[in-house]
Ligand binder design. Sequence first.
Ligand SMILES: *Cc1c(COP(=O)(O)O)cnc(C)c1O
Length: 392
Amino acid sequence: MSLAAGHAIISIPGPSPAPERVLRAAHRASPDLYGEELAELNMQVMAQLKRLAGTNAHLAPYIGNGHTAWEAVAANLVSPGDQILVLTSGFFGRAWAEQMATHGAYVEKLDFGNNPVDPERLALRLAEDTDGQIRAVLVCQVDTATGCMADIPAIRQAMGQHPALLIVDAIASLGCAPMMMDDWGVDVLLSSSQKGLMCPPGTAFVWFSDHAASQPAGERKTPFWDWHIRASAGRESLWQFWGGTAPVQQLFALNEALTMLLDEEGLPTAWARHAALARAVWAAVEAWGARNPDIRLAIADPSARAASVTAVHMPFADALRAWVTEQCGVTLGIGLGAQDPANALRIAHMGHANAGMILGALASMQAGLIALEIPHGQGALHAAATVIAEPA
Ligand SMILES: *Cc1c(COP(=O)(O)O)cnc(C)c1O
């Protein structure tokens, strides 16, 4: 007998759960595209997005998903033959490197496996580049496949006086973990609507510094991709922000979500919530793994684990995922990019996720481990509940 009827829990790393309030805000017919209301709303959302990223930099919005933001960055900065250094701690970093190569860049990867970026290795590599051929250093703040988090200030520091731009993919971290674009010296930051921003997929954002703005443009850039056109759009030129019709309902959704995040909960509280939920997940997985070394967290070093998503090695992970969906109405993430995807899964705790949802997901997994007779240690739910009881 299935017990899945009821409010579903979606615990995948994007699209993340969207608040009912956000969906309701979007559920509205478009007003006049050229009217005062939308012009004002758009300016408000742009200002909120800069607050979210901790920046006064330029902001170019695009209609599209995270890959659209990758594409926008490449179009604006990359010409065939440009040398790019990508720091990878998982599948997303590698996929980003491949996309950069499709723009004709000469892409070099510093691969850290399932480990965080080692700033010392980066410093050594840049020291070899005495004539400053490397134009940009790219890194995912969180690689969503491994749940590995990069230390962005340490990476900036390791770059020293090297002239390369620091470009950070914050698609799986913005809103979930600190990002101070200006204080940290990030030149280009990118993200999209459907993860920490708690909105449906469909909008992508590129923030870029004055320094990045002054770089030679990518040879293949067309006006559609040009970040200057979008970032310099005036209040009355909604079409110019968005390269055409504005995503009206997305603006309604973003406005509601950013109000919740920035003005109601507050970013520091949202970051602390994500961190506490993450620690509850880690505590449960470590307890399961105490009796079965095949159950373990993908990232060994706790200081390098993301607040937004946790990747787990788990025997019979595919069967367990299917069981919790069918029996409990809980959807977990697949083992994307894992060495052995059938025996890996991810538990997302990003965006509109609270303790009840995460404890529910973990308790459902506990039931699945029992039902499927997957050997595991005891006390996982007690361990997770203890973290929630004392979240500081
Ligand atoms: C989700 C994600 C992407 C890709 O975003 P799409 O919306 O799927 O195109 C890129 N980078 C990171 C770190 C992500 O988490």
